[in-house]
Design a protein around this ligand. Structure first.
Ligand SMILES: [Zn+2]
Length: 68
C-alpha cells in the first residue's frame, strides 16, 4: 500500500498529470487524453511511459482483475 505522501508527489511521466490509486496496485493517470496506467510491482510504482502505454485501453474495472 502506498502512502498518501508518496501518492501526492507521483505524476504521470508522459503528461505530468496526477495519478489515482486503483485496486491498491495500479496508478491511473487522471488526464482523460492520456489514460496511461502504471502497475505497482512489489510495492514499487513502475512509472515508465512504456509500461503505461500497455494499459491505455484497459478500463479501471478490468485493471482490478489484472495482476500487474
Ligand atoms: Zn498521463
Amino acid at each position: 500500500m502506498l502512502s498518501e505522501e508518496l501518492l501526492a508527489i507521483l505524476a504521470c511521466p508522459a503528461c505530468k498529470s496526477k495519478v489515482k490509486l486503483v485496486a491498491d496496485r495500479w496508478l491511473v493517470c487522471q488526464n482523460p487524453e492520456c489514460r496511461r496506467k502504471y502497475p505497482i510491482k512489489d510495492g514499487i510504482p513502475q512509472m515508465l511511459i512504456e509500461e503505461g502505454d500497455k494499459y491505455v485501453d484497459v478500463s479501471e474495472e478490468e485493471l482490478a482483475k489484472l495482476e500487474p
